[in-house]
Ligand binder design. Sequence first.
Ligand SMILES: Cc1ncc(COP(=O)(O)O)c(C=O)c1O
Length: 391
Amino acid sequence: MATQAYSCWIEIDLSALDENLTNLENHSKVPILPVLKSDAYGHGAPVVAAFLKNKGYALIAVSSLDEALEILSFVPLPILVLTPPLQSQLPLFLQHRLIPIISSLESLSALAVLAEKKRQPVTIHLKVDTGFGRLGLAPEDLLPLLNILPRMQNIELGGILTHFPAAAKDRHFTESQLRLFLELKDQVSSLGNYGDILWHAANSAAFLTLPASHLDLVRIGTLLYGQSPLVRQTPWKLAPTWCFKTRLIHIRTLPKGHSVGYGRIYRTKKPTRMGVIPVGYSHGLELEPLSTPWRQVKQALGQELKGQHYVFHPQGPLPILGRVGMGLTSVDLSKVPQAKVGDTVTVLMRRVTASSKVPRIYYQAGVIKCMFWNQQVLSPQGRVISLKSLF
Ligand SMILES: Cc1ncc(COP(=O)(O)O)c(C=O)c1O
């Protein structure tokens, strides 16, 4: 399918991704572990993984087994899976040589039994909860577990990690987490066996706010994809990587007092030239995306946008009228009289909520490199191609 035939699509700028990577590299003394969870934060994980592999990234991280398997069906890569495996998933972890993150003794024991049965060495990372209140071993359970680990013959400890819930806004708490983690590191060092494992803690916010947390590697998502986890400025300019586009598919003038859309929650205050875009909540369009970049865009556009939601035509913002539907949304064209059917408009939405069914179009140096749609990688002309040879 040629690009013109898509009614909505997401443009991904690989050159911008590259620029963000370079800036991260320039500001980091330790290796970067790119995080590709949630379909690479909405960028389409298979193409991003292939791109990063070509850039020399030997390890990537995803959230779940399913995410890892999707990437592996396109490109072979070592993958760290950030959420702990269910027991029923362990055979697939072994089969695909995935690196699980282990958060409990039960899970570790089950993995050890399977690894023994299959006579297959498995590398794991252990997660410690230093304050997140979610996944991980309690800090006091780490050393007892490490004391029995040498008896689990096929289990190799590759790293120990923790995660910060509030590095963007609570320095005091984040520092206390780091202190606890470093105390554990000292205690583990004194055991003698674990000198060469990787200790990691920092996400994007901690990368910026707490350099002492960089340790042996940093796990980065948000900054890689050109967004800031902080409200204040980043030390380098973030390059925008992602943009949702669609086209006006219908235009009509409604008389004064006409209701628009489901629930009839909006009525025109005057005769109104109204346009329709084929995007709705099934594509991920919610009216209150609360991410920092969305707030920043709203601030940048000023008071005018308060309480009102817009999509963006090249000639100006178009207010959304009434409720967003499942697949259609109405917009007010009054202030952009030149708008016509077929015009492209930009839609702001949270990137991770954008449906993975929406085609992704990848640009590099301003030209289309490939597309990803319907679980297939396509050439700019729409032919199915292999990702392996693309970068
Ligand atoms: C365990 C873990 N580490 C690192 C990251 C990357 O975080 P960020 O997007 O803030 O860089 C995530 C993402 O949520 C995560 O779950």
